[in-house]
Design a protein around this ligand. Sequence first.
Ligand SMILES: Nc1ncnc2c1ncn2[C@@H]1O[C@H](COP(=O)(O)OP(=O)(O)OP(=O)(O)O)[C@@H](O)[C@H]1O
Ligand SMILES: [Mg+2]
Length: 244
Amino acid sequence: MALLELKGINKSFGGIKAVHDCSFGVEEGSITALIGPNGAGKTTAFNLISGLLTADSGHMVFENKRIDKLAPHKITRKGLSRTFQISRDLKEMTVIENLVVHSPTQGFMDLLKSGILKKELDRAMDLLDFVGITHLANEKAKSLSYGQKKLMEFAATLMTDPRMILLDEPAGGINPALLETIMEKIIEINKQGVTFLIVEHNMDVVMNYCDPVVVMAYGTVLAEGSPEKVQSDPKVLEAYLGGS
Ligand SMILES: Nc1ncnc2c1ncn2[C@@H]1O[C@H](COP(=O)(O)OP(=O)(O)OP(=O)(O)O)[C@@H](O)[C@H]1O
Ligand SMILES: [Mg+2]
């Protein structure tokens, strides 16, 4: 059964059709990859799913309920979590604070007013332990290395106990050892029943860890299926060669 389903989604920026008649489903329990050449519309699709952008037309369904008109925090509350780029405010905050602002009960303003609740703090510490960075709990986010930031962001997506997580390039720019750590954590969480949709350019990651694979090009879905199937699809090869 599809946990998330996009049906005929469109989004234009001025004259650019960033996402065009895009339809695909993400099966419950899967680690689905969303791939495609630069500019294919993958990040825009993520921004539409998570409510950061509103589609011009089309339907989006999560757990059999329409989500395409909901604000980002309502979508998160429904169990769909994603990483966000760390804003300037969050960079000045500590790692543990960065996790706590993602918790379901603590909005950013609540946090400023009431301080950090013990329950949320415990949860955040457990998650930092899970990704192996408890020693960085009180460091400012801006002092982290690129890889450590990826681990913090991943831990933050787990604060809301999501049913599904969207990750935009979790392997982008990190070393192979850390990459393996992140992928192992993703698999561990997936085994607990959490569904993943991952945008990734690293084909080793896609082929080894993801199934199925959805291929986007020019804003729409070009192919979908097992890694082997899409890898040998002439349309996919052409899209990548044409795009480079
Ligand atoms: N806010 C925006 N304003 C104008 N154009 C945009 C905006 N966001 C995206 N686009 C355009 O929409 C198209 C799709 O971009 P998008 O970032 O979704 O691609 P992508 O598949 O994530 O690419 P990449 O692999 O490089 O991250 C591109 O042509 C891009 O220039
Ligand atoms: Mg992108």
